[in-house]
Write a protein that binds this ligand. Sequence first.
Ligand SMILES: O=P(O)(O)OC[C@H]1O[C@](O)(COP(=O)(O)O)[C@@H](O)[C@@H]1O
Ligand SMILES: [Mn+2]
Length: 640
Amino acid sequence: MLEENYYRLLKENFNSKESVVTELINLEAILHLPKGTEHFISDVHGEYGAFDHVLRNGSGSVKEKLTECFNKKDIDIDDLASLIYYPEEKIHLEKGNKTKEEIKSWYAQNIRLLITVVNHASRKYTRSKVHKALPARFSYIIEELLTEKQQETDKQAYIQAIIDHVIQLNQATALISALCYVIQRFVVDHLHVVGDIYDRGPAPDLIMERLINYHSVDIQWGNHDIIWLASMAGSPLALINVLRICARYGNLTIIEDRYGVNLRPLVEYSQKYYSVLDKFSPKLEDENSFTAAEKDNLNKIQQATAILQFKLEGQLIKRRPEFLMDERTMLDFIDYAKKTIQLGDKVYPLVNFTAPTIDPTNPCSLTKEEQQLIKSLLHSFQSSEPLKRHMDFLMEKGSMYLCYNGNLLLHGCIPLHQNGDFKSLRIGQKHYSGQKLLDFFEEQIRYSYAHPDISNDFLTDLLWYLWTGECSSLFGKKVMATFERYYIADKQTHHEEKNAYYFLRNQEEICQEILSDFGLPITGHIINGHTPVKASKGESPIKANGRMLVIDGGFAKSYQKETGLAGYTLLSNSYGLQLVAHQPFSSVKASVERQNDILSTKRLVERVEKRTTVSQTNVGKKLTQEKKVLEKLYKNYDFY
Ligand SMILES: O=P(O)(O)OC[C@H]1O[C@](O)(COP(=O)(O)O)[C@@H](O)[C@@H]1O
Ligand SMILES: [Mn+2]
């Protein structure tokens, strides 16, 4: 009965048997097309300019299409590429350098070239998909131009007439831009962002906007994304961490101006209790863009939030013994008279440690003023409408991990023991490890996010655990040594021991065991972000005989010294997998004027013997199901 109703409803969408046949043919056609290109990017860390550039050039996919279409001797590929990446800026530049007549012929010539590229880049798609991707304003013209073969001489005049007309009507620049964006759209079919959109860089909000407007995307949450989500879900401790990191990197404007959170009370509180210390100088991409007063302000806020963080951590750790973090209630181990701290059996002097609001008899307690402050900050953060929109999107498109086309995508790690066994987290009477651990985390995140008014329940605390807990798949280290790095001179205490996963992941069998645990074929790949690949020290992003690919995009400017590169992205198309190494991005201006692409070198990871078709993909499996349903509808059409 239920099934009958389902088919009856379905029939309403297909008002004749012929329309069912048409759809079946359409689906069959799609299944036989080559699989679309997937683009993997990770650890973008607020670097909008570089991220946007990599989306515009498709990690080199646009240039690849150009070299397939044209002979390098006839066409200046770099010049055409820079037009496709930044049409408005490039057109503006050309207009400034050319006479009226010259610019007209430049328009005509480039419209023709771009049409050739659109034709080539859309070969993998059905006509209906191409149609849907075209901007409504120009879809008719572009379709006319696409269907006509430019080479056929009798059609030449017709095409020329269309192009001339477009130029006469002053529509050339708009059409050129539209064509360029269509090319960008076609070279990549789907984007995966493997975590850490937020923190360190200046514009995570612009990245979120770009993703919201992107045609097809999924996100695997990173540890830095989770503290923003946790803050929206009501965790004061996560919020204090977010604010501390923003102060450290000079990014409080994101919170204050762009997300409209009121930081006035925090500024006043920090001014009242703290004075400038060198250790807390903000790490800035551009020192000149801040006044001395602004830098001092950031300095004091970083100190204030650090102390608030350690107070709240102490409280949380004590109410959650199951997190096994007793060794991290740092403020309890301090001898306040001597200004020393005892960690294990060692005592260290404290440096840069000023904590005017700590009561040594109850060091983790907040003063009344602090309670009020945190309440108001959390309220303001949670009330930000643009921020809520971005966090909702992160929830909607995001997950702890993703199994996609035989690969496992995750930001951090699968916690392992030294011997390769899965490490488990015990909560109550239950143990969770491997895929079950990540599923458990995800379920709790969704529940907590849906209940933002509750601030100190287990689930909200668990969200913070994901930021820094030993068994968190997003973090993957034993401890986060923030306290030691700020206040203890002995560098040995700064070390953050990595989970065994990070050396075991070099072994193919380990990767295959993980893939199997997630129900994936052992021929799949694990695609990881989180740890910068130190290319300059000879580290390879391809590990475990190609089963493990580490694509930390390395966009964060402050980490580029360490990696010696901007980082890596990955492309998966119908021919196989390609890893792309990027040089640092300078500016849009340099890209347009000097055609400075981020130089990208590609490395083939794997090439398949036969081109992969849509039928072999996740999407293909769904379409095959749809086909079965429609076949049934067709057979019993008159009955329903
Ligand atoms: O470079 P900073 O700002 O001191 O941050 C260091 C902290 O960042 C972390 O590496 C986490 O951030 P990542 O996910 O980017 O690695 C911590 O383990 C470490 O304590
Ligand atoms: Mn990370």
